[in-house]
Every structure is written in structure tokens, then in C-alpha cells.
Design a protein around this ligand. Structure first.
Ligand code: SF4
Ligand code: SF4
Length: 299
């Protein structure tokens, strides 16, 4: 007979997640690293990282009943695409937050059907939770020198989600760092945002500037972002663990009308030309960002 942990994993894979693991919550030992990183303003204008840093380091402050964390991942590698130089791969389909959360709620329903006292919180990039840290603790992969989670089999084209649960589950084993002597991501980063292994200055990162930064660019930001509309995959493309990957589940993320609207948007010289943003990651772009980012690509 399968244990509850095995049943949860089986259900997670049935729901299409490529990875699933469990860990026990604890106080994260990143306090001095995080404080130094924040002090240097490497988080840019993401002020919530400052205001929520206590919860980030201690999940019990966010969910006092917490006894375990289930971490899941989807792969968004679907092969090459003509738009990947200007858009990050994760943005080329339905918004992953929607697709993952729907299935995380189904997974939580399943857990509750198996254990009547179970209750939990579903989260996907929307709570003070150190997603990559818990994914590493739960055995999904290691955090590479490019600061992303990497799995031996699925590389780093991974989106993460969690269920914070009020019942204990036997923890999985963390994975050891397998970056070894490699530094290809650091060499590949065109804006030198990776200051040294495992240290990212978001102010210089194209992903931050095109997705999170909600203001007009200065000259330096303009130069860094040139050629990029939304996100950046350059450090991931350089990573040896992202070569020869098998494509993931396009059936979950495929959104052909969106891709067509994007292609038309770039061809149309009118900066206000319509684009399908609803249900995609691009919904975060306001009018200023849309015009600004289009200029990055079309000049
Ligand atoms: S996402 Fe792009 S800009 Fe940011 S660290 Fe990676 S290569 Fe550099
Ligand atoms: S490129 Fe090399 S150093 Fe960078 S994350 Fe991948 S394996 Fe690690």
C-alpha cells in the first residue's frame, strides 16, 4: 500500500507536474546574505523583499500551522521558437501562475480527501515564500550560479509552486550543487548582472528591467534592455544542463491566438497596436511598459 507521501507524488505527476518533493519548514539560514543583498539595493524596486523578509526567512510567521512544504515544478521548455530572442520562454503561452495554481488546488483537494484534518495554502509566486530554497530542500534540484533552480533531467526552465500544509510528511533529501567549475552563465550574461557565482544584481538584469521595472529607462537601462521585450533566457541558454532537453507539456500552456497577436504586434509600427495580454504573463505590462519594451525591439 502506498504511503500518503507516495500518493501525493503520484497525484502530482498525474496532474502534469514534472517534479514534486516534500520538506519540513524551518528558519532559513540566509539572514546575513539577504540583509547584505538588500543593503546593496540588489533587489531594485522590489520593496516587498524588504518588508516581508522576516516571513521569507521563517514560513511559520506566514502560516503558523505549517508542518510541511510540498514543492512542485512544471517545465516550460517547448523547443525553439522564433520569438525566444525577445521573449523569455516562460512567457510564450498561458500565464503559468494560472495553470499551476488550478492544479495545486486539485492536489490540495486530493490531500484533504486522503487526510481529513489536512489544510493548506496554495502559493505560486504570490506569497512571502522562498520558492527556490524550498524546492532545493525538497530535492527538486540545486540553486545554480545563475541563481535559478536546476534539475539534472529538466534543466532550469522550471516554474515553481508550493502547498504549505498543516500535516507533517517525511522530507526528501536536498540535491547537492552540480555547477562544479562551470561559469558559463556568468560569462554569457550581457549586462554583468551576475556579479559573482550565486549573486544577482537585479538592477542590471534584463528580466527585472523588462518585467518588474515600471518606470521610464535611463540611458544605461535602455542599453541593457535593447533587443528584449519581456524577460531574458541568455544565462539559461548557456547552461550545460539546458542542452538536449525533452520538451515539456505544450498541451497545458499552448496559446496560439496569443502568439499570433504577438507576431502582429511586432510587425505593426503603431505602438498602441493591440496585443492579447489577458491570461498571459504580459498582463503585468502597463501602457508605459508596453510602449517602452516595444521600443527595445523595434527601435
Ligand atoms: S536573465 Fe539575462 S540579464 Fe538576467 S542574469 Fe540572466 S543573462 Fe543576465
Ligand atoms: S551555466 Fe554552469 S555555473 Fe551556470 S548555472 Fe549552469 S551549470 Fe551552473
Amino acid at each position: 500500500m502506498l504511503s500518503l507521501k507516495e500518493k501525493i507524488k503520484q497525484k502530482a505527476f498525474e496532474l502534469g507536474f514534472c517534479l514534486c518533493g516534500m520538506t519540513s519548514p524551518h528558519q532559513v539560514q540566509y539572514s546575513s546574505f539577504l540583509q547584505k543583498w538588500l543593503k546593496k539595493n540588489y533587489h531594485g524596486k522590489m520593496q516587498w523583499l524588504e518588508s516581508k523578509n522576516r516571513e521569507l526567512l521563517n514560513p511559520a510567521l506566514f502560516f503558523p500551522e505549517i508542518k510541511s512544504i510540498i514543492s512542485v515544478a512544471d517545465t516550460y521548455y517547448f523547443g525553439s521558437h522564433e520569438l525566444t530572442p525577445v521573449l523569455a520562454r516562460y512567457a510564450l503561452g498561458y500565464d503559468y501562475h494560472i495553470i499551476m495554481k488550478k492544479r495545486l488546488y486539485l492536489l490540495l483537494d486530493y490531500i484533504r480527501s486522503q487526510s481529513k484534518h489536512a489544510a493548506g495554502i496554495v502559493t505560486c509566486d504570490n506569497s512571502p515564500v522562498l520558492e527556490k530554497y524550498w524546492a532545493r530542500e525538497a530535492g527538486l534540484g540545486w540553486i545554480g550560479k545563475n541563481t535559478l533552480l536546476i534539475n539534472n533531467r529538466y534543466g532550469s526552465y522550471l516554474t515553481l509552486g508550493e502547498i504549505l500544509l498543516n500535516i507533517p510528511l517525511p522530507p526528501d533529501q536536498p540535491v547537492r550543487d552540480k555547477c562544479n567549475n562551470c561559469s558559463q552563465c556568468i560569462q554569457a550574461c550581457p549586462s554583468h548582472a551576475l556579479k559573482k557565482p550565486y549573486l544577482l544584481d537585479t538592477n542590471q538584469c534584463i528580466s527585472y528591467l523588462t518585467v518588474e521595472y515600471r518606470h521610464h529607462y535611463n540611458r544605461q537601462q535602455q542599453q541593457i534592455s535593447s533587443g528584449h521585450f519581456f524577460g531574458c533566457d541568455i544565462c539559461q541558454e548557456a547552461c550545460p544542463y539546458n542542452q538536449d532537453l525533452k520538451p515539456g507539456r505544450p498541451d497545458l500552456y499552448d496559446f496560439p491566438e496569443f502568439i499570433k497577436s504577438l507576431q502582429n504586434f511586432f510587425k505593426n509600427p503603431n505602438p498602441e497596436a493591440g496585443i492579447k495580454k489577458k491570461q498571459t504573463a504580459l498582463h503585468r505590462l502597463n501602457r508605459l511598459m508596453l510602449r517602452r519594451n516595444k521600443k527595445n525591439v523595434t527601435g
